[in-house]
Design a protein around this ligand. Structure first.
Ligand SMILES: *Cc1c(COP(=O)(O)O)cnc(C)c1O
Length: 385
C-alpha cells in the first residue's frame, strides 16, 4: 500500500490502485461475466461477476477505506444500496427514520416495506429526546440523514449513535450530502453508511450508483450474501467511472462549498428571499454540531422566495442553472422539492415539514461564483409579480 496519511491522497491512491499485471495506473474495466477456474474445489477468488468483479471490488475497497469501514458494496443505484440495508431487517421490525429523508427513501419504506411488515417511524432525529421516546421493543435501527434533504436539518450523529447502541439498534447514516471528504459517520459511531454515489461521489451527473459501507465482519457477510442473492450490482464500466469521479472529490468539494458559502450569504442578504437553509450559517440549526462532526456546511442550499415573486417564473428565468432532479454534479442545479424530489410525500406532511411551494433547492456547482450569482439575480428580478 502506498504511504499516505490524508483523505486527499486516499481518494486517489486508496482501495486497489492500478493494475499489477501491466502497471496501468488505473484499475482496468474487467468487462467479463465469468472467470476460468484452475480446478474444482479450489476456492477461486473470482467466479462470477454478480458475486464479484475486480473493477467493482476496487471501488468497494476504496469506499470502505474512505469511510473507515470494514467492507464496501457497490450497487446499481442509491436506492438499491438502501434496499439492501433494509433487507437486514425482518417482518415485525421497526426502523426510526429522520423525518425529512430523501423522498425515494420515504417511498420505499412507505410503499414497499410497510406491506412486508417492516415499519418505518418518522422522528425528528435532530431532537435526541424524540429518538429516545420513539424507541419500542420492536425497534431495530435508527436511519439518519444529516444534513437532511431539502431543509438541511443537522442531527448529532455521535449522540444519536450512542442512544442507538444503548438500545441495541443499528445506526445507518445516508452520507450522500456530505461524502467521506466532509463527514465520516462510522468514526462517529454509525454501523452502516449508505450513499447515492450518483451525486457528489460520481460528481459529473453521468452515472447512477449506490454504495454501502459496514463497520463489522458480521454485517459484511450479511450484506455480501444479500448483494449476491439479489444482484443489483454496479456494472464494471460504471464502477470505473465512479472511481474516476472519486479521485477529484476533494478539489471539487472545496470549490462547491466555497461557492455555496458565498451564494448562501448572497441569498440571505437578498430582499426577495425570506429564508435560507444552509448549515454553514453560524445561526443555523445545528451549526455547532455540524461544525464538530463535518468539515463544513456542504454545498446544498434551500431558500424560500417571498410572496412578491412567482416561483414558476423564477425557474423559467434561470439560464445557467438548470432545473433538474439530482445534485452534487459539477454543474449547478435547482429543483422544486414540493413537486419534484418530495412529491411522494403527502401535501399535509410536506407543509408540516416546511417543504412549501415556494421552497427552492440549489445544488451549487463549481462554475464561477459571479456567473451563478448573476443568474440567480436575473431570475429573481424577472419573477417579480
Ligand atoms: C439521490 C438520493 C438517494 C437515492 O439514490 P439514487 O442513486 O437516485 O438511487 C438516496 N439518498 C439521498 C440523500 C439522495 O440524494
Amino acid at each position: 500500500m502506498a504511504n499516505y496519511n490524508d483523505i486527499e491522497s486516499a481518494l486517489i491512491h486508496g482501495g486497489i490502485y492500478g493494475d499489477k499485471t501491466t502497471g496501468a495506473v488505473n484499475v482496468p474495466i474487467y468487462q467479463t461475466s465469468t472467470y476460468e477456474q484452475t480446478g474444482i474445489m479450489e476456492n477461486p477468488v473470482w467466479e462470477y461477476s454478480r458475486t464479484g468483479n475486480p473493477t467493482r471490488r476496487a471501488l468497494e475497497d476504496l469506499i470502505a477505506e474512505l469511510e473507515k469501514g470494514v467492507r464496501g458494496f457497490a450497487f446499481a443505484s442509491g436506492m438499491a444500496a438502501i434496499d439492501a440495508v433494509v433487507h437486514l431487517f425482518k417482518s415485525g421490525d421497526e426502523i426510526l427514520v429522520s423525518s425529512n429523508v430523501y423522498g425515494g427513501t420515504y417511498r420505499i419504506l412507505d410503499k414497499v416495506y410497510k406491506q412486508l411488515g417492516i415499519k418505518a417511524v418518522a422522528v425528528d432525529t435532530s431532537n435526541l429526546s424524540d429518538i429516545e421516546k420513539a424507541i419500542t421493543d420492536k425497534t431495530v435501527a435508527l436511519y439518519i440523514e444529516s444534513p437532511t434533504n431539502p431543509l438541511l436539518t443537522v442531527t448529532d450523529l455521535k449522540a444519536a449513535a450512542k442512544i442507538a447502541k444503548k438500545h441495541n439498534l443499528l445506526t445507518v447514516v445516508d452520507n450522500t450530502f456530505m461524502t467521506p471528504y466532509l463527514q465520516r459517520p462510522i468514526e462517529l459511531g454509525a454501523d452502516i453508511v449508505v450513499h447515492s454515489a450518483t451525486k457528489y461521489l460520481g460528481g459529473h451527473s453521468d452515472l447512477v450508483a449506490g454504495l454501502a459501507v459496514v463497520n463489522s465482519k458480521e454485517l459484511a457477510s450479511k450484506l455480501a450474501f444479500y448483494q449476491n442473492s439479489v444482484g443489483a450490482v454496479l456494472a464494471p464500466f460504471d464502477s470505473f467511472l465512479l472511481i474516476r469521479g472519486i479521485k477529484t472529490l476533494a478539489v471539487r468539494l472545496d470549490r462547491h462549498t466555497q461557492n455555496a458559502h458565498k451564494l448562501a450569504h448572497f441569498l440571505r442578504n437578498h430582499d426577495a428571499v425570506s429564508k435560507v437553509y444552509y448549515p454553514g450559517f453560524e445561526d443555523a440549526q445545528g451549526y455547532e454540531i455540524n461544525k464538530a462532526q463535518a468539515k463544513n456546511g456542504g454545498a446544498m442550499i434551500s431558500f424560500v422566495l417571498d410572496e412578491k415573486h412567482d416561483v414558476k417564473k423564477f425557474f423559467k428565468s434561470l439560464n445557467l442553472i438548470a432545473l433538474a432532479e439530482s445534485l452534487g454534479g459539477v454543474e449547478s442545479l435547482v429543483c422544486h422539492p414540493a413537486t419534484m424530489t418530495h412529491a411522494a410525500i403527502p401535501y399535509d406532511i410536506r407543509q408540516e415539514l416546511g417543504i412549501t411551494d415556494s421552497l427552492v433547492r440549489l445544488s451549487v456547482g463549481i462554475e464561477s461564483f459571479d456567473d451563478l450569482k448573476n443568474d440567480l439575480q436575473k431570475a429573481i428580478k424577472e419573477s417579480e409579480i
